[in-house]
Design a protein around this ligand. Structure first.
Ligand code: HEM
Length: 141
C-alpha cells in the first residue's frame, strides 16, 4: 500500500514526505489550546476557555491523518526500521490522543479553573513539544 501511494504521488509530481504538512494540526491546536486556556484567567477573558476547548476538538481530529502519514513516511523513508525515536513518537502520540480525549470528556470550559483540568492542557503542549522535537531529530539529526 505504501509503495502504491508514493508511486502515485511521484507520478503526479509530488515527491515530498507527507507527514510534515499534517503535524501542524495537532501541534498548533495543542499550543493554541493551552494559550487560550491560560489567557482565559485574565479579567473579562473567561470566554476564551471555550476557544481553547475547541482547539482540542480540532487537535484530536488532526491526530489520525498525522499518525497515518507518519507511518507512511516511516515505511517509505526509513524502511519501517524500528528505532528509539519512532517508538517514542508512537508512545507520545498515544498519550496525546488520550490527553485530548480526557480534556473533551472532563473539562468544563464555561467554568475554567487553575486545577487538574488546566494541568491536562499543559500536559498536551508538553507532549506536542516532545513529538516535534523527536520528529526534528529524525528528520534533521
Ligand atoms: C500527533 C502525532 C505526531 C506529531 C504531532 C508529529 C510531529 C512531527 C514533526 C513536527 C516532525 C518534523 C517534520 C519536519 O520535518 O518538519 C515529524 C517527523 C517525523 N515523524 Fe512525526 N509526529 C507524530 C506522530 C508520528 C508517528 C506515530 C510516527 C511513526 C509511526 C511518526 C513518524 C515521523 C517520521 C518518520 C518523521 C521524519 C520526517 C518524515 O519523513 O515525515 N510521527 N513528526
Amino acid at each position: 500500500m505504501t509503495a502504491t501511494i508514493f508511486e502515485f504521488l511521484s507520478k503526479i509530481g509530488f515527491t515530498h514526505p507527507l507527514h510534515p504538512g499534517f503535524t501542524h494540526i495537532p501541534m498548533g491546536m495543542a499550543i493554541g489550546a493551552v494559550i487560550f486556556r491560560l489567557v482565559s484567567f485574565l479579567p473579562k477573558l473567561k470566554f476564551l476557555a471555550k476557544t481553547g476547548y475547541h482547539c482540542v476538538v480540532l487537535g484530536l481530529l488532526g491526530i489520525a491523518p498525522t499518525v497515518f502519514t507518519g507511518y507512511l513516511d516511516w515505511q517509505h523513508t526509513y524502511d519501517g526500521v524500528w528505532q528509539f525515536l519512532i517508538i517514542l513518537k508512537m508512545v507520545l502520540a498515544a498519550i496525546l490522543t488520550i490527553g485530548f480525549i480526557a480534556i473533551l470528556i472532563i473539562d468544563d470550559p464555561g467554568n475554567p479553573k487553575l486545577d487538574k483540568k488546566t494541568a491536562l492542557y499543559i500536559l498536551i503542549v508538553l507532549l506536542a513539544i516532545g513529538l516535534g522535537f523527536s520528529g526534528g531529530e529524525l528528520q534533521y539529526g
